[in-house]
Design a protein around this ligand. Structure first.
Ligand code: AKG
Ligand code: FE2
Ligand code: ZN
Length: 613
């Protein structure tokens, strides 16, 4: 129901249900103290703006007041947190909540259930009427046989995750008791929907919303929810982004009952990218250049985002010296300027000019954690969708970020996002890694570094170290840019549908590039996630880092790879040719290029927002 509109839009999944719905035409309904007559009319298409406010992830349904306040009290009473009878249930205190399992234990170490080890107590009797109602109201056809009770105190939450496909059947039912909360759903491409779950409501997750979207509850003490007429609680279930009238809601203690059916055969859902049953068992073949947005998101998730999350501390330990020309830009800002560092990494630029108000964002929560431990303001965000208001920043910097986007369209979209943030007259400084590591007969500092040979002849982790420049790599004079294979002049590989896309080659550190799109190895030193648990080469950040992400990784969807010392990670890069960054920027409206230059193996531009967009 769009806010302030006297109508609702309904789609039916089947003709049968549409026919049933048709019977409502002309019916009078009692709504609070009002009588409302319902008239049906048909629309061929639905304006997406209108849909915006009711656009739950496909397959997600919320049923309000599914249990009465009396039933709610009964259910809450029935969950005994004081007993620890391991023969009946399994109970755990997790970092951000406590849980209790019935029917089968859900194990957070392997994110699965022991299907041969049912818990003797089965599901509590008190749940039976609720489950029968779920069947009667056709929310489910099968009786769940597993129940996880989560209890969240105010300020607690659950990291974003997809319930393991191979563990449970399609349908997931979650009953909210005691207090309302907001659950965040996120599509792998970045779209997200915040869904208010009122107390006593039933959330039904099916299909795409269950298999592809992550769900999670951000640990916090207050939620922003639509301010609603208490007589029409339905309004609170809409996507928040379309509400003009918002208010704060204090969180109380919420207990949720999540009912699931243990899966007995491998999952064959239509979402193989998110499906653990459908992962190839053979070693994965090297990735290819993306052909679609979805491919690009996947490539970046695996070969950029995941890698930075894993190597965060080790990476941070090699990133201490700010580059002089970036510092020069930062020092040129007026006192009191607002600066956004999009892709701020460990925050090494956030404190360069103490006279400006600097805020950073990065895709890696482990790097953001490092920033906050250093006392900087930073938040987790994708460079494509920065949650800052338009026209607010006096300056933006994006240092060594855009080369991690795997299509030209996405690289341009980052520039557009930076320009969106700028006020008219504001300036953005962008650095990307250059193909040309030797420029004007000068080798980049990186190139000049001696390459250390390990016993096997591999480059050692020394190749990870920055040398006052980016983690630059070399192009030698015999392998000039125009020899780069298969690249269109705009720097994007174009593939016809019939061709199979080229595999990305793995770059050898400190040698010439043989492609503009490549994987650059990171030789990981140090144990534990992020490389924070062991010393990593005189690293002042060596003890810090991953604690905030631990919960997420030990519970979440992806199997946790073993981060053994000397592991090699691969990061995707698109290295820019001379002129390519400028070409990208001139496509963006409302901005002029003030300067462009080559700096130690990087292409750099300073843009100014003109204001006419
Ligand atoms: O608290 C909830 O509603 C969700 C719990 C959940 O997602 C889970 O246990 O997998
Ligand atoms: Fe879940
Ligand atoms: Zn699946």
């Amino acid at each position: 129901m769009p806010p302030h509109k006297p109508y609702a839009l309904v789609t039916y999944r089947s003709e049968v249900s549409a026919q049933r719905g048709h019977a409502l035409n002309g019916r009078q309904l009692q709504c609070g103290d009002q009588i409302v007559t319902l008239y049906l009319s048909y629309v061929n298409t639905v304006d997406s703006e209108l849909w915006g406010c009711v656009d739950f992830p496909p397959g997600l349904v919320l049923v309000e007041e599914f249990v009465s306040p009396e039933e709610e009290a009964l259910l809450l009473d029935a969950i005994d947190w004081t007993s620890h009878d391991e023969n009946v249930t399994v109970q755990k205190v997790l970092k951000h909540r406590r849980v209790k399992h019935f029917g089968y234990e859900f194990r957070y170490d392997n994110n699965n259930v022991d299907k041969d080890k049912p818990l003797p107590g089965g599901l509590p009797q008190v749940c039976v009427p609720v489950l029968e109602r779920c069947v009667r109201d056709r929310h489910t056809e099968v009786m769940p046989d597993q129940l996880t009770v989560n209890q969240y105190q105010s300020g607690q939450g659950i990291p974003p995750h997809v319930d393991t496909h191979s563990a449970f059947e399609d349908l997931i039912l979650s009953l909210s008791l005691g207090a309302k909360t907001v659950m965040d759903f996120r599509h792998p491409e970045g779209r997200s929907v915040a869904v208010v779950l009122p107390e006593r409501s039933l959330l039904v997750m099916k299909g795409e919303s269950r298999y592809l979207w992550t769900h999670g509850i951000t640990p916090r003490k207050f939620d922003v929810v639509p301010a609603c007429d208490p007589k029409s609680p339905a309004a609170v279930t809409s996507d928040l982004s379309n509400h003009s009238n918002l208010t704060l809601s204090r969180r109380g203690t919420r207990t949720s009952l999540t009912f699931r059916k243990v899966r007995r055969t491998p999952c064959d859902c239509g979402y193989p990218s998110a499906c653990d049953s459908q992962q190839p068992t053979a070693p994965p073949s090297p990735p290819s250049l993306p052909r679609s947005q979805t491919d690009a998101c996947r490539l970046e998730a695996e070969f950029v985002h995941r890698v930075y999350e894993e190597i965060a501390c080790h990476f941070s330990s090699t990133r201490h010296s700010p580059w002089p020309r970036v510092c020069h830009f930062l020092s040129s800002l007026e006192p009191g300027s607002i600066l956004a560092d999009v892709g701020c990494g460990n925050g090494k630029y956030l404190g360069v000019n103490p006279e400006v108000i600097a805020v950073g964002c990065d895709r890696s929560s482990a790097l953001v954690q490092i920033c906050s431990e250093r006392g900087f303001q930073a938040f987790v965000s994708d460079a494509l969708n920065v949650p800052l208001r338009s026209d607010t920043c006096d300056a933006c910097i994006s240092i060594a970020v855009i080369h991690h986007l795997s299509t030209q369209k996405r690289r341009q979209a980052v520039v557009e996002e930076l320009v969106r943030l700028l006020r008219p007259g504001g300036r953005a400084l962008i650095y990307v890694w250059a193909v040309e590591q030797e420029y004007n007969k000068q080798k980049s500092k990186y190139l000049k570094e001696t390459r250390q040979q390990g016993p096997t002849g591999d480059s050692t982790d020394h190749s990870n170290q920055e040398s006052k420049s980016l983690t630059g790599n070399a192009t030698d004079a015999h392998n000039p840019a125009q020899d780069l294979s298969g690249n269109a002049t705009d720097g994007t590989k174009v593939h016809r549908e019939t061709e199979s896309p080229a595999k990305l080659s793995v770059h050898t550190n400190r040698t010439a590039f043989n492609s503009q799109d490549l994987l650059v190895p990171w030789h990981f030193k140090g144990g534990g996630r992020g490389g924070c648990n062991q010393g990593s080469g005189g690293d002042e950040q060596g003890e810090q880092g991953s604690k905030n992400t631990l919960d997420l990784h030990t519970e979440a969807q992806a199997p946790v790879p073993n981060t053994a010392p000397s592991q090699v990670f691969h990061r995707y890069y698109h290295v820019f040719q001379k002129g390519e960054l400028e070409e990208l920027c001139v496509r963006v409206r409302g901005v002029t290029i003030q300067r462009s230059y080559h700096d130690q193996g990087n292409w750099c531009v300073i843009l100014e927002k003109t204001g006419d967009r």
